[in-house]
Write a protein that binds this ligand. Structure first.
Ligand SMILES: NC(=[NH2+])NCCC[C@H](N)C(=O)O
Ligand SMILES: [Mn+2]
Ligand SMILES: [Mn+2]
Length: 341
């Protein structure tokens, strides 16, 4: 984007330019299926950067992909597949996310499977220790290697991150760089509908605000996300990290994903959720994970990539109402219709 034009447009009372940094993570060893590593390239080919720039008032910088090289897997941990690879990828990713944030940009990370949530949250926490985390997912991803039925690390990132569960892990070789400091008290879930029994136990024990699909059914997406934000941050000042697993969406909306679950969020609900979070002005990092372009047919793939783009655009300020031309309206466009509650 032309920086002089941006400067001119931001003089006066216009909202400041939002700076965004894109990180691709072509990593798929946190689960068993081929293809989720192709998502960063597929999202770029689908027009990710251009579509974000079209929102306006965005300065988008593409930091490229994390370098995923297969290192020799000399150690192994029981029921935890490819730990050295997961660890190495996340170590690099954590540093990159911290760098993007220190550059004053919202860190937008395109996975990859959800094991990369370890690196994104770790990197974010290094910069903003008061961050809160909204995990939007069909799954809770809070298994340890002892409770997981799959042995896949994409079902474990939350348990690796939170300090309250640190004692439930054995020593994890290669993971010395990652010290769990983030508190489970700063975590909330949206979209759950496939939660394993020990995961359920952890959520209950630590009273994690968790809006499963039945809660969203009951309260609606607006009240659900407002409630989570209020519980996690009553003062409304903390930086927000959203880790968005595409399988939070209904399998009909986003079929190209490794562990689809029916009965999920509509795309409209996900867009609403992201619009609300954007409107706080405190979104600092967003992950979009588990898109697997190798699964399904052309139409499935296209629908899933489009859904991912819609979600990211909503998170970064795209308005479904349209945006008025500059200089015409000083205030954000609101609905012209008063609706009684
Ligand atoms: N990020 C994901 N899609 N995770 C799916 C996890 C599924 C299951 N709970 C497991 O531990 O393996
Ligand atoms: Mn997940
Ligand atoms: Mn999931």
């Amino acid at each position: 984007m032309n920086s002089i034009r941006v400067f001119a447009r931001n003089m006066g009372k216009w909202k400041p330019l939002q700076r965004v940094g894109i990180i691709g993570v072509p990593f798929e060893k946190g689960q068993k299926k081929y293809g989720v590593s192709v998502a960063p390239a597929a999202m770029r080919a689908a027009g990710l950067i251009e579509q974000l720039e079209e929102i306006g008032d965005l300065d988008v910088k593409d930091y490229g992909d994390i370098d995923i090289r297969s290192c020799p897997e000399t150690v192994s941990v029981d029921n935890m597949a490819h730990l050295p690879l997961v660890s190495e990828c996340n170590r690099k990713l954590s540093n990159k996310v911290a760098q993007v944030l220190q550059d004053g940009r919202v860190a937008v990370t395109i996975g990859g499977d959800h094991s990369i949530g370890v690196g994104t949250v770790d990197g974010h926490y290094k910069v903003n220790e008061d961050m809160i985390l909204i995990w939007v997912d069909a799954h809770a991803d809070i298994n340890t290697n002892k409770t997981s039925e799959s042995g896949s690390v994409h079902g474990m990132p939350v348990a690796l991150l939170v300090k309250e569960l640190a004692d439930y892990w054995p020593y994890l070789p290669t993971m010395d760089w990652q010290v769990p400091k983030f508190s489970i008290k700063n975590l909330g879930y949206v979209g759950l509908r496939s939660v394993d029994s020990y995961e359920r136990l952890a959520i209950k024990k630590y009273e994690v605000p968790a809006f499963a699909m039945e809660d969203i059914e009951q309260h609606g997406i607006h009240k659900s996300i407002h409630h989570i934000l209020k519980v996690l941050d009553p003062g409304m000042k903390k930086p927000i990290h959203v880790s968005f697993d595409i399988d939070s969406l209904d399998a009909l909306e986003a079929p190209s994903t490794g562990t689809p679950v029916r009965g999920g969020l509509t795309l409209r609900e996900a867009i609403s959720l992201m619009e609300i979070i954007h409107s706080t002005g405190r979104l600092r990092a967003v992950d979009l994970v588990e898109i697997n372009p190798a699964l399904g047919n052309d139409s499935d793939r296209k629908r899933t990539l489009e859904a991912g783009l819609c979600v990211l655009k909503a998170a970064l300020g795209f308005s479904r109402r349209g945006t008025a031309p500059r200089g015409v309206l000083d205030l954000p466009v609101q609905s012209h219709h008063e609706v009684d509650d």
